[in-house]
Design a protein around this ligand. Sequence first.
Ligand code: GAL
Ligand code: ZN
Length: 646
Amino acid sequence: MRIGVDYYPEHWDKDMWQSDARLMNQTGVKIVRLAEFAWCRLEPSDGLFDFGLLDEAVRLFADNGIDVILGTPTNCPPRWLCEKHPSILPVGDNGKTNPIGIRAHRCYNDTKLREYAGRIIARLAEHYRDFPNVTAWQLDNELEANICFCDTCNKKHREWLKRKYGTLEALNKAYGNVVWSGEYQSWEQIGPPYGGYNTTWLNPAYMIDFERRATEDMLEFIQFQADIIRSYIPNAIITTNACFCNHTSDFTAMFSELDVAAYDNYPTACLTSDYENITSTSAFLDMVRGAKRKNFWIMEELSGMPGCWAPMQRTPAPGMIKGYAKQAFAHGADTVIFFRWRTANIGAEMHWHGLIDHSGVPGRRFYEFAELCKEAEELKDIQGSELHSDIAILYSPDSGRAFRLQPQTDGFSYIEQIKAVHQAFVRYGLNVDIIDEHADISGYKIVCAPALYVTDNSTVKMLHEFAESGGTVVLTARSGVKDENNNCIMEQLPTVYRGLVGCHVTEYDPIGRDKAKVRFTDGKEYDCKQWCDILETDTAETVASYESEFYAGKPAITVNSCGSGKTFYIGTVGTRRMYEKAVKQILDISGLAYTEGLPENVEITTRTGNGITARFIFNNTTLKRSFELDGKAIQLDPFEVKIIRM
Ligand code: GAL
Ligand code: ZN
């Protein structure tokens, strides 16, 4: 397994590079990421390219046996360029142009940006193809983090709408623009959602299209950059770093034309105050693997206390630097690159800590990192092995968008739904894939699609066929609510899935932060929250009923037979324990083997390949853990990862 670091030669004196590269080599660093924000040094004035500095750094790393992943610097166009062509600067949702200095100051659609970005990328690719240690490319940086509201984007948006709807009448109808007299009389009236982007007052049909088009533009920008690099280096390994922030709906599409998926992994270091988030990391890792259903890279890994624009968070506790990196291995990462080697002493991110603090004196975190590098080398036999899973959780990009636009009830979040169901399977030591709703699901035994809110007919068909042919399908509340335009379907919920799950919703109660109770048929009771579908069975049987509220006794969770498969419907949002209970029943019906009795926040995943099966057991807690696994006593220190080869 390969460990790397993010490094910024342009921030440091050259003599520091020397000692840094030497120390990296001694420590076991195998790859550095360079240059993703360095445009002003690479092209100090229009058309004057100066790669001297970068050449020196790349050569220095070559001399130290270290590979380079080069960033295309398009995230930060230089000042001279923005002054010459101000249209490059993106516009925020307040209608105002974003200032230079906060980075990401580029509109993907601007023709001047494309021209200058295209030129420097071509120059870089042409130049660095001859450097044998430049082995991969990162496009821009966290591309999904920003949406632009400029005129260029808006013009493109209108063209996109014309292609999609043909006529204004069709668009007005699809959007239901008659509401609040919003009908357009001309295409020119269509503008970006200035001032309202984060409010819920705007038309959800209009808003989902706005986000869809913005995603497509990001994909186009990715393709644009990758094509240029490939025209010089046909076998280039190209990726980009996803952060799964607000607009990351389309994680599969983001990487579909790239060679490998990569993710910026900042697990929480605050295990007491951030209890729910402890389990987020495993879900996100399964999601980035799910993007291509292949092993992936971590492009930025937690190295020290995060903070800068927000207050600083706790320092990674002893064991976390190693533990979280190995957790990434456990989920299919083969390369883990730490952000960052050194903590910046300049710029806005000077309090986002790297492996080495401002003092320059390697400390506890660094020495733990050094141990990791050594231990990673001992995992050569596991490199390239993969996770295989019988369980898939579907992520619907459109449902993600639609829920962000219209939160359903206090506390409800789509990604939290995905994570809750994911975590329930993790509790049983199973591999789980989180994949796009359009991915191929043949080959899985259980497919869960929590809150499949926006309907896509191909997904509906796929889930029916999957169940018919013997698979187990799990749906939850808020499924089948919206049509493809993000308007409500006028049928009893879960509308298009009613036949599949054999039950329907007679009424629902968005209970928000209140609690209700459900009782399973064996008498066990669990809390539920946020949402209660009051169900009536058609052909399904009741698995659990409400135990409180005016609907006490009505079904809350059901199971149905569909063809030779089974379908579950969970009409509420449970506590962790409730999902664990339901998932055990789901696993039993599906006949899958699983591990019981794992301590809380201990994860097991399995990688196979190269003739070996390796089980990774990770203790994501600050406590020592001991338990039995297959008749053997296992003891784990805090954040320890044990790897058992079988
Ligand atoms: C990431 C970003 C890095 C750095 C890091 C820590 O989101 O890609 O450049 O900013 O966060 O703040
Ligand atoms: Zn724009």
